[in-house]
Design a protein around this ligand. Sequence first.
Ligand code: NAP
Length: 222
Amino acid sequence: MKPYVILNAAMTLDGKIATENGSSNISGEEDLKRVHELRKECDAIMVGIGTVMADDPRLTVHKVDANPDDNPLRVVVDSKCRTPIDARITNEDAKTVIAVANEYKDDFLKSEKYQTFKNRGVKFFFSGSEHVDLVSLMNYLHEEGIEKLMLEGGATLNFSMIKSGLIDEIRICIAPMVVGGEKAKTFFDGEGFPVMDLAARLELVDSYSLGKDLILTYKVLK
Ligand SMILES: NC(=O)c1ccc[n+]([C@@H]2O[C@H](COP(=O)([O-])OP(=O)(O)OC[C@H]3O[C@@H](n4cnc5c(N)ncnc54)[C@H](OP(=O)(O)O)[C@@H]3O)[C@@H](O)[C@H]2O)c1
């Protein structure tokens, strides 16, 4: 069993979710409100360590009316537990789980960082050998009562999640901007599928304009 997973992101018309330098303020004000309403509806929000390093996100609900109970559980996929000690995602505004790979477990459990995070209430889930096993992570989160999970990137984790068949729905904000850059992160990076026949198949279920942006909702066909 696993939570229902909604991948939400904002990209430029050319499919970039950040510039080469990591700048990623793409959504208009209206879209940011939509994102925070969606966060409020979800039981958990998950990101990869690349996003934590690039953006230092809080992943709380703060752009719409909300109280502390509206903050979903925050989940970081971080094999080596590189999450910085002062990362905002580990603050006391909401609960946090960091998923770490087994290969790094023993050393990590002996580290000062582990004690600091533990004292702050951060929890850990260990799975996979070199990288976090996403299927086990989804099972664990479901067992912990997470029914609806919002995946908020980045490019590498998005691809691993879709390749593993773990995404149910995609909501994408397309901003009327073009940024280019062959090293700029796209909506899905990772190793990619080798041939089109293997591409993940989607069905468009909704589309509308929001301010200057375009919002598309897709179901992922299984
Ligand atoms: N515009 C948007 O909507 C949006 C949203 C989010 C992020 N972003 C942007 O995306 C960029 C970050 O993307 P990113 O691709 O560098 O990083 P990412 O997808 O956030 O994190 C990827 C990292 O997660 C770790 N990981 C552990 N187990 C994994 C697994 N099974 N599968 C995949 N990853 C696993 C890996 O690092 P370890 O091996 O060290 O664990 C991997 O390098 C930032 O520039 C950010 O601004 C944009």
